[in-house]
Design a protein around this ligand. Structure first.
Ligand SMILES: Cc1cc2nc3c(=O)[nH]c(=O)nc-3n(C[C@H](O)[C@H](O)[C@H](O)COP(=O)(O)OP(=O)(O)OC[C@H]3O[C@@H](n4cnc5c(N)ncnc54)[C@H](O)[C@@H]3O)c2cc1C
Length: 377
């Protein structure tokens, strides 16, 4: 029997797999995609992302500062390899590093393709059912990522005419006519800058307020194991207050804020601070009704409205909670112990583990914290 089955081969699944493998555990990763980090790549592509937000010291290897050394060992330093004062790596460098880790640690052969649909306890372990058969392991790690993208109610009737940037059907290629992007965070800013660069004057970004400016989406102290352990020891109400106060929702790094301001000054991007009230279709156009400004007409409407906050629409989590009678907290988050156990045989990592890991749970830093927790006695 395998020691571990990790469901989800994203940032979290891959790092945790690397860490467990180094400790000699037998494991498999279960994911419907043909290679690890496929979702990450798709989202980065959708936004024409050039650099990560996180600093160079946050990478997916088991060794400390691996990406730093990997960058130094490149035969030719490339222009644009890093961005900002925290030296955020380029997406290209990060991808090459991930490929190198996968090869070095022999992770690709551990990938089993399939979508997990449920699990049941069996003697000495857990049997996970997927659309391609069953797998048995002593323990399971749920590394499922974020809840589904958040789509405002007014966008529902528009169907394919107003796609979320993380919808697999979304096409990031610059629109040939007028375009509107709705959303206030980094994803919206990145797509707006991409479209502004490609077709000056075309896009309008609609956001409720000017995005707060911050290098990272939470203070870097939350990447430290000591802070994360302390966080896990607070009562639930205290942890919720910390998450609320310390998570910089919708923020953008200073370098992106500066590019937005520059694009606005040059007239290649328009930013409107307002709330979308309704959108209706008129022939080939969308008419966007705003709270305080005149309505806008556009041929292309993109939603960069983030992920749903709650985990109540993740069928696998619902099924497991019901099958094993497990508790959930606010936003339907699994209630875990400090070892990230939801059940003695079921662990949770990533965004769904934020009540235990803290404000950076969903990030690369959170994957590193999770691996340490799983290794703790
Ligand atoms: C555009 C973007 C940029 C980001 N940039 C950074 C950054 O610079 N630095 C940083 O630290 N963080 C960043 N983040 C945050 C975070 O690192 C990513 O969201 C990351 O993808 C989270 O990893 P994950 O493994 O939790 O989820 P995912 O990458 O979404 O992986 C989850 C995997 O689980 C699989 N899965 C889900 N359900 C099942 C199932 N039932 N059966 C089998 N498999 C399943 C999916 O197929 C997927 O492959 C960024 C996020 C986004 C969206």
């Amino acid at each position: 029997m395998l020691d571990w089955l990790i469901i989800g081969a994203g940032v979290h699944g891959l790092h945790v797999a690397a860490s467990l493998r180094r400790r000699g555990s037998t494991l498999r990763l279960l994911d419907p995609h043909p290679r690890p980090l496929a979702e990450w790549d798709r989202r980065a592509e959708a936004l024409a992302m050039t650099h990560l937000r996180s600093p160079l010291d946050q990478d997916l290897d088991v060794e400390q500062l691996s990406l730093h050394h990997f960058a130094e060992a490149q035969p030719r330093p490339e222009p644009g390899m890093f961005a900002g004062p925290c030296r955020a790596p380029s997406l290209e460098l990060f991808r090459r590093h991930v490929k190198w880790i996968r090869a070095r640690l022999g992770l690709d052969p551990l990938l089993e393709r399939g979508t997990a649909t449920g699990l049941e306890l069996v003697e000495g372990g857990v049997r996970v059912e997927s659309d391609r058969g069953g797998l048995v392991a002593r323990r399971v790690i749920l590394a499922l990522g974020h809840p589904p993208p958040s789509v405002p109610a007014w966008a529902d009737p528009l169907g394919g005419a107003a796609l979320h940037v993380f919808d697999p059907r979304f096409d990031r290629s610059p629109p040939s006519g007028s375009a509107v992007i709705v959303g206030g965070g980094l994803s919206a800013a990145q797509l707006a800058l991409h479209w502004a660069r490609a077709r000056p004057g075309a896009p309008t970004l609609i956001c409720r307020r000017a995005p707060p400016i911050a290098e990272l989406d939470a203070a870097s102290r939350w990447a430290r194991p000591r802070w994360s352990w302390r966080f896990a020891s607070f009562p639930l109400a205290g942890r919720l207050s910390v998450l609320d106060a310390e998570t910089r929702r919708g923020s953008v790094p200073p370098r992106v804020a500066a590019r937005l301001a520059r694009a606005q000054r040059r007239g290649s991007l328009r930013i409107v601070f307002d709330e979308v009230v309704d959108v209706r279709r008129e022939a080939a156009e969308q008419v966007v009704t705003l709270g305080d400004h005149p309505a806008l007409r556009c041929r292309r409407l993109a939603l960069a409205t983030g992920f749903a906050p709650a985990f109540d629409r993740v069928p696998l989590l619902d099924g497991i909670a019901e099958e094993l009678g497990l508790e959930r907290g606010p936003l339907a988050l699994p209630l875990l112990d400090a070892g990230l156990r939801w059940h003695p045989r079921v662990h949770v990592v990533g965004a769904a583990a934020r009540l235990s890991l803290g404000p950076l749970a969903a990030n690369i830093a959170g994957a590193r914290l999770a691996a340490l927790r799983l290794a703790a006695p």
